[in-house]
Design a protein around this ligand. Sequence first.
Ligand code: CA
Ligand code: CA
Length: 350
Amino acid sequence: MSNKTILLGVIAVTLLSTVGTAFAATPNWNITGTWNFDFNLGGSHYLHTMTVTNFDPITGAFSGTGVYVPDSSYTWKVTGVVSGDTISFTIVYDSTSPNPGYTVTGTGTITSATSMSGTATGPGQEFTWTATGTATQDFDHDGVANSQDLCPGTAKDVPTEKLNVNRWIWDGSNFVTNSPKGKGPQLSFSMDQTQGCSCTQILDWLHTNYPAQYGDMNGQYKFGCSISIMQDFIKLTSPKTFTAADSLYYNGPTDSAPLYGTGAFSFTWNPITGAVTGGYYNEIVPPVSGTTYDNIVSGGSVVGNAVSLTFTRTVPNNYAFSFTGTLTGNTLTGQLDGPYLFTATGAVTQ
Ligand SMILES: [Ca+2]
Ligand SMILES: [Ca+2]
């Protein structure tokens, strides 16, 4: 869009944007992040990046910035809306760019989690465009992507009586409270913290998973979630981490084989899904004094006390391997990289 040929065609045109119409459907996709755009004007390709920094999961309205890849002096702002699978946007070049005010409007379709395409119109110009990036789906529009959302189908909370002081509900956009007179506890809660669960869903979840500790909780349904309920839920659903300052790795299937390596070991998992989200094994071979191999936990699962982990490393060499075993109390024991006993005693924190 921003080369001389095009700039010569620039005429002051006022474009009425169709962005943000009142009848827009809710968005099927959240497009926050960076997109690589290829604008095609009669076979000439103009590569841009667009970075969406603000996205409203309820209305689909978004805004961000962009730049022409071959010449970063061409910068622009974008505003637009995602409605269902469709996207519409308006790009306006910055006053500091070589073509200030140059405006392009576009429409298109988000065709997958990584691609979208459509058409665009500049002053006297008709483009087609394709873009690649990462879109996430958030079917209940609470701002938490499906893959991260512990509670599908979230709707705004309506206490069966009224919202009481220091009680919390999700109003469809935010967690809100009825503040006490004077200085309250100065708290706030977010949907990210509750992993996409409203107050009602938090109460349902606690009662289903911990019925002995959380009974009918009528008062909570009547007046909103108390601070302690919010904090209990966030704690119970937050990631768990096993960490051991050192470990023992034997050169055979039992500890009768010689010790092969030592080193700090840690992994983190989601206690709800069991998905392992990260970790490390700073493997020292030979034990204690040798070379440190920087193994990264790349995936795995924790189901009950059964632990499986995958590792990769690039330092000091490229290698990949796996672990299967059990976490019993604070001790992890199993087979690492084949029939080689590995054990580490540490602590589980949440
Ligand atoms: Ca969601
Ligand atoms: Ca949700």
